[in-house]
Ligand binder design. Structure first.
Ligand SMILES: [Mg+2]
Length: 257
């Protein structure tokens, strides 16, 4: 049922890799898809990594076919440019987010000059102050669109603890301003659309493969792609077009085995 699919978009965490290792069979299946002329793209909601960092990590793990790697950070500046044109952006977030916005050609607005902002971008901000929260809220309330890499509620820590995630900060600003954020990451459309564009494919000719029904399956279906749920532990979903237990099974469905 995946024989006619011309390109595959893969989720990373819990799908292509777990922590620092590839999932069983992932390397072989990705290489075989590439040899068979299928386009490949990789998406993660990780909003602190750039596409280049993800590409390097995949190459180091033995996936030389990784060319199109997209993260919310990678595309947020482009999303702002397409939706709102060259903008004056108030960034409440890490230096990586400010850098990504600036690289896309936008002007960064100082927190004291929040009234000049035409867009507010909110990400994980470990130096959040009430002043920054106020500036972002006022700028958004005054009409500057609120844009965010993702709305993940928590940032998991290695010891099992968590930090409040990007979504928690965005919610504070959105509630104070009385607006809804434009979300770049999954399951919203921008990451999927950009991946299709990089592969040069229409949604109906491509399939998304991921382990999350909420982020990957729903997100893919929302833009008209086929959705493959990767469920090695036996989960299932009526929302996916197909459920696979392994990368070997995916290769067989794609007509490679
Ligand atoms: Mg995942």
């Amino acid at each position: 049922m995946l024989r006619g699919v011309r390109g595959f978009v893969f989720d990373l965490d819990g799908c292509v890799w777990n922590g620092r290792v590839l999932s069983p069979g992932a390397g072989e299946t990705l290489a075989a898809l590439d040899r068979a002329g299928r386009a490949l793209a990789f998406l993660t909601n990780n909003s602190r990594a750039t596409g280049e960092e993800i590409r390097r990590r995949l190459h180091a793990l033995g996936v030389p076919a990784a060319r199109h790697c997209l993260t919310p950070l990678e595309i947020i500046g482009e999303v702002i440019a397409r939706r709102f044109g060259p903008s004056r952006v108030l960034v409440v977030g890490a230096a990586e987010l400010a850098g990504a916005v600036a690289r896309a050609g936008h002007e960064l607005v100082d927190v004291k000059d929040y009234r000049r902002a035409t867009v507010v971008a909110v990400g994980n901000d470990f130096e959040l102050t009430y002043e920054r929260l106020t500036a972002a809220s006022r700028a958004a309330a005054a009409g500057a669109p609120l844009v965010t890499p993702n709305v993940d509620p928590r940032l998991p820590q290695e010891d099992g603890e968590f930090l409040p995630g990007c979504g928690a900060l965005v919610a504070a600003v959105a509630v104070a301003a009385g607006v809804r954020p434009l979300v770049v990451g999954k399951p919203e459309a921008p990451l999927f659309r950009m991946a299709l564009e990089r592969m040069g494919l229409e949604p109906a000719t491509a399939a998304m493969v991921g382990d999350s029904v909420a982020a990957d399956v729903r997100g893919a279906r929302g833009v008209g792609m086929r959705a493959v749920l990767y469920a090695p532990d036996g989960g299932t979903s009526g929302e996916a077009d197909v459920v696979v237990r392994s990368f070997g099974e995916l290769a067989a469905l794609a007509g490679l085995a």
